[in-house]
Design a protein around this ligand. Structure first.
Ligand code: MN
Ligand code: MN
Length: 459
């Protein structure tokens, strides 16, 4: 059961390929810091690979045949791609699913205020965060402001080196004796995650001069009024790009690798694998970090509806065929796993932990307090994957999220499993999960992409 470090198995050509993939992954991370940005990038990549927008085919008297490639986005925050296989579609799909939302702070609907001649934005954090990690960092604002006439202002402030950054301040150590006594969960409280954005007063005003200066600036640069915050979706994320991590450059540090490391590698695998037997599918969803809810999360009917549209365009839609297609599908729920951290060995059970450099991580189950909320994959399906991965020399490991009773977590796996299909969690190990800057191993990124390709081709 002892597994060698994957790096030791690489020839020069492998390392070259690994580096090229990771360079592309880093630029995806830099440009894709929100679900909308990730969808936009995915559409560009899909079009370049010959994919057509499904919306152009629906109701246009068009049909789909084996080899055809289509994508569909939903509310600009989720995307699903298909390549039609030569097999009958009711034999099932090979599905790669990952999520493109990440923990962050969202602006409240009425966010802007002035306090003691400083202008601040009030936030509501999104997903599971250690709030104390989000102070004293350079932060960027990404998102959209939709005006009453429907026009959309796109914002991205803080990524260009010439851009200003914003941030949440923290108390100086000199005056922190009481703060330092607090529990970590309350040392920085949610309501105190206020982003400092200005300190310069607008001349000729009586009160709230600093806030008014910011409003003037928003008006001049973005034609935006204060009321427009009401219909905005602005995310506060760590400013700055993905970087090589480690003196040996064997790792990547970036914001949002949960779960863009799986989303990116799944997407690349989807675009690379062509002329398939079973119809392939890659779905990148929103809202995983808050329970996969909403119209763009995995619980949305968007996925099922789109599979129905696909069957309809192949030409013989009926409800039974849709159900058979879904139940006969295989899915890798591609999400990150906790990498073993030598600083915190006590929360891990070493035989069943994920390690950097050991390849894709298969999690038979997730959940907490006795696997609660978990999908728990079937051994028949795991055996099939083991066989595929071993045959094609894909490095993989098995793990669970920490020791029994230490905590736990969930993924999207149980949601498609409700269609009665085989699903397993299969992703990449991450250090610093959910922190502003997360770390992955380049070799695991490489193995993930190769493993996803093998899965998509499998019969
Ligand atoms: Mn995740
Ligand atoms: Mn997560």
């Amino acid at each position: 059961m002892e597994q060698k470090n994957t790096w030791l198995s690489y020839k020069d050509a492998d390392v070259k390929e690994l580096e090229a993939l990771n360079e592309d992954y880093k630029s995806f991370l830099i440009k894709g810091k929100t679900e909308r940005e990730c969808v936009k990038l995915s559409v560009e990549m899909a079009k370049e690979a010959g994919y057509q927008d499904l919306e152009d085919l629906i109701g246009a008297g068009k049909t789909l045949k084996p080899g055809d490639k289509v994508f569909r986005t939903w509310m600009k925050k989720a995307i699903v791609l298909f390549e039609i296989g030569t097999d009958a579609i009711e034999n099932g799909l090979n599905i790669l699913g990952a999520h493109i939302d990440s923990p962050r702070m969202d602006l409240k609907q009425n966010p802007l205020y002035e306090d003691t001649e400083l202008a601040l934005l009030d936030t509501h954090y999104y997903g599971g965060v250690k709030k104390y990690q989000w102070v004293t960092l350079p932060l960027a604002l990404h998102g959209v402001v939709v005006k009453k006439d429907g026009s959309v202002i796109e914002l991205s402030i803080g990524e260009d080196p010439k851009d200003p950054v914003v941030g949440v301040t923290d108390l100086l150590i000199h005056l922190s004796s009481k703060q330092m006594e607090k529990k970590a969960s309350v040392v920085v409280e949610g309501e105190d995650l206020n982003v400092l954005i200005g300190s310069r007063p607008l001349e000729g005003e009586e009160k709230d001069q600093v806030k008014l200066y910011i409003l003037k600036l928003l008006k001049d640069e973005y034609a935006m009024e204060e009321e427009d915050f009401l219909s905005a979706e602005i995310e506060v994320v760590p400013a700055g790009g993905a970087r090589d991590f480690g003196l040996d450059r064997s790792m990547i540090m970036s914001y949002g690798q949960d779960d863009r490391v799986c989303a990116y590698t799944s997407l690349v695998a989807m675009l690379n694998v062509t002329k398939v037997k079973r119809t392939t599918c890659c779905i990148l969803v929103d809202k995983e970090e808050i329970g996969s809810v909403g119209a763009t999360g995995m619980h949305s009917k968007f996925f099922e509806n789109t599979v129905a549209e696909i069957i309809n365009l192949i030409g013989e839609y009926n409800d039974l065929k849709l159900r058979r297609t879904l139940q006969n599908s295989f899915m890798l729920s591609s999400d990150v796993s906790a990498a073993f951290d030598p600083n915190y060995p006590s929360v891990m059970e070493k035989k069943n932990a994920a390690y950097f450099g050991k390849g894709l991580v298969l999690n038979k189950y997730t959940g907490a307090r006795g696997k609660s909320g978990s999908n728990d994959a079937n051994p028949e399906f795991i055996a099939k994957l083991r066989n595929e991965f071993d045959t094609h020399h894909i490095a993989f490991q098995t793990a669970e999220l920490g020791k029994v009773d230490e905590g736990g977590g969930g993924t999207i796996a149980y949601i498609p499993a409700a269609y009665a299909m085989n699903v397993i969690d299969c992703g990449v190990a991450v250090l610093n999960m959910h922190a502003p800057w997360e770390i992955t191993s380049k070799s695991d990124v490489y193995e993930a992409k190769k493993g996803y390709e093998v899965f998509l081709r499998s019969e």
